[in-house]
Design a protein around this ligand. Structure first.
Ligand code: SR1
Ligand code: MG
Length: 405
C-alpha cells in the first residue's frame, strides 16, 4: 500500500483498474479531475466502451480554497465515508453507494451520479425539482431521528458521538459561520459596495447575542448525527431523484443546523433571483416555488420526524408527555430559522460564498441580491426565538423582498 499522496489522474486510473470486477479487464479508462468544492480532489473515471464509471474523492491535507497554509485533517475522509454508509442504511436510495474507503489515501470510491446535476446549478438555471422536498425531508427525518437519543440506544449513541468527533471541520463552521461575519475578520470577503452592511453586523450587539446563543447550541448540543453542510451544493438532483453527498462536516450537533442549511440555500437562491429571473413575473413565480419548497421541507420533515417518534421512540419519558414532543418540535423550528439566518449571512460577508449570488454579472443586481439576503438572514437570526410557524420564515423572505423592490 502506498503512503498518502495527492493523486494524479493517472494514479486514479491505476487504482480504478485494480478494483476487482468493476471495469472490464484491459479497459481503456478515462479520468478527469472535476472537484469544484473548497476542500477535496474529485476524479471521474469512466470506460466509454462498457459505459461503466465511478467517482473517487480524495481529501487533501489542507483547505483547497485557501491553500497549504490552512492544514486540514485527512480524517474527514473517514468521517464522510462512514456517514455515507450509515445514511445508505437509514435513508436508502438518497446517498451514493460507497464501494470502498482507503484510509491511507483518504480516498472514498463511490457511485457516479453524473446523470444528476448539483441542485444549486439547477436552481440557477431555473429548474424545479419536484422530488426534493419529499426526499430531503425523508433523508433528514430518518438520519436525524435514528441517530438521536429519541431513536437509538443511548449508550450506543454516546459511542457513535465519539466516532464522529470532527473538531477541525467544526472549527471551520464555528469561525466562518458563527464568528467572522460579526467582526472585522481577515477571513471575511465581501464587495466594497456592501461594506456599510458588513459594518452594521459588526456593531449589532442584539444580533450578536442571538448568534452567540446559536453558536452555543452548535458547540454543545449533541442532539443527532448531522450531515453538517447540507446546502444545495451538497445535493445531486434530477426531476426524479435526490442524492445527498459530501458529509465530511458530519458530527453530533443540533438538528436545526441541517434543516437550516437546506432552507438557507433555497432563500439564497430566492435572493439571487434578482438576476436569474427574466422579468418580474418570472421572479415572483420562481420565488413562490422556492418558498413553497421551504414550507414543504419543514412540514414534511416535521410530520415524518413526529411519525418516527410516535412509532419508534425509545425514550420512555420523552414518549410519555405529548407536551414534551410539542416543545421539542417548536424548538427545532426556532433553531432551524436561526441557523438558516446564520448560514445566509456567512455566504454574503464570510469567506466562502455561493454562486447563486456571486455569479451575478451586473453589479447593481448583485448588490441588491446581497442586501436582500442579508435582510432575510438577519431577520431570521433576530426573531429565531419567537418563531412559531414556518410561515414566519417565509414572511421574513417575502417582506424583505417587497421592501427591497
Ligand atoms: C474552508 S471550507 C469553506 C466552506 O466550504 C464548505 O462547503 C463549508 O460550507 C465550509 O464552511
Ligand atoms: Mg462540501
Amino acid at each position: 500500500m502506498s503512503a498518502y499522496h495527492p493523486l494524479t489522474e493517472q494514479d486514479a486510473i491505476s487504482i480504478a483498474a485494480d478494483i476487482e470486477h468493476f471495469f472490464p479487464e484491459g479497459a481503456s479508462l478515462q479520468c478527469r479531475e472535476i472537484g469544484d468544492g473548497n476542500l477535496n480532489l474529485v476524479f471521474h473515471i469512466s470506460d466509454p466502451a462498457s459505459g461503466k464509471s465511478l467517482i473517487m474523492k480524495q481529501a487533501l491535507p489542507y483547505a483547497k480554497v485557501v491553500g497549504e497554509s490552512w492544514p486540514l485533517t485527512l480524517d474527514r475522509g473517514r468521517i464522510e465515508s462512514e456517514k455515507l454508509v450509515l445514511d445508505g442504511k437509514l435513508a436508502p436510495g438518497l446517498v451514493p453507494n460507497v464501494y470502498f474507503y482507503d484510509a491511507v489515501l483518504a480516498l472514498t470510491v463511490m457511485e457516479d451520479l453524473s446523470d444528476h446535476v448539483i441542485m444549486r446549478q439547477g436552481l440557477i438555471a431555473g429548474n424545479r425539482y419536484p422530488r426534493y422536498a419529499d426526499d430531503i425531508s425523508t433523508y433528514m427525518a430518518q438520519t436525524l431521528f435514528y441517530s438521536s437519543d429519541l431513536g437509538m440506544n443511548q449508550q450506543q449513541k454516546k459511542e457513535q458521538v465519539g466516532k464522529f468527533i470532527n473538531p477541525e471541520l467544526c472549527k471551520i463552521t464555528e469561525d466562518l459561520i458563527f464568528d467572522d461575519p460579526y467582526t472585522d475578520s481577515p477571513n471575511n470577503s465581501f464587495d466594497e459596495a456592501i461594506r456599510d452592511a458588513a459594518q452594521a453586523l459588526w456593531a449589532d450587539e442584539e444580533l450578536q447575542l442571538e448568534v452567540a446563543l446559536l453558536r452555543e447550541k452548535f458547540l454543545t448540543q449533541a442532539q443527532a448525527l448531522l450531515h453538517g453542510d447540507l446546502h444545495t451544493g451538497s445535493v445531486f438532483v434530477t426531476e426524479a431523484s435526490t442524492k445527498v453527498i459530501d458529509p465530511e462536516f458530519a458530527f453530533y450537533g443540533p438538528i436545526g443546523f441541517d434543516i437550516g442549511a437546506a432552507i438557507a440555500n433555497l432563500l439564497l437562491n430566492f435572493a439571487g433571483q434578482e438576476h436569474w429571473s427574466a422579468d418580474a413575473a418570472a421572479r415572483s413565480d420562481f420565488r413562490r416555488y422556492l418558498t413553497d419548497t421551504v414550507r414543504n421541507v419543514w412540514q414534511l420533515f416535521a410530520s415524518k420526524f413526529r411519525a418516527l417518534w410516535d412509532e419508534h421512540g425509545i425514550d420512555r419519558l420523552a414518549n410519555a408527555s405529548s407536551s414534551y414532543k410539542e416543545l421539542y418540535m417548536a424548538r427545532l423550528l426556532q433553531d432551524t430559522a436561526g441557523f438558516a439566518g446564520c448560514k445566509i449571512v456567512r455566504r454574503i460577508v464570510g469567506l466562502s460564498h455561493v454562486v447563486d449570488i456571486d455569479r451575478i454579472p451586473d453589479a447593481a443586481a448583485k448588490e441588491k441580491a446581497q442586501r436582500l439576503a442579508l435582510a432575510i438572514g438577519t431577520a431570521l437570526i433576530r426573531n429565531n426565538r419567537n418563531i412559531q410557524s414556518i410561515e414566519e420564515v417565509i414572511d421574513a423572505a417575502l417582506s424583505a423582498a417587497s421592501e427591497s423592490a
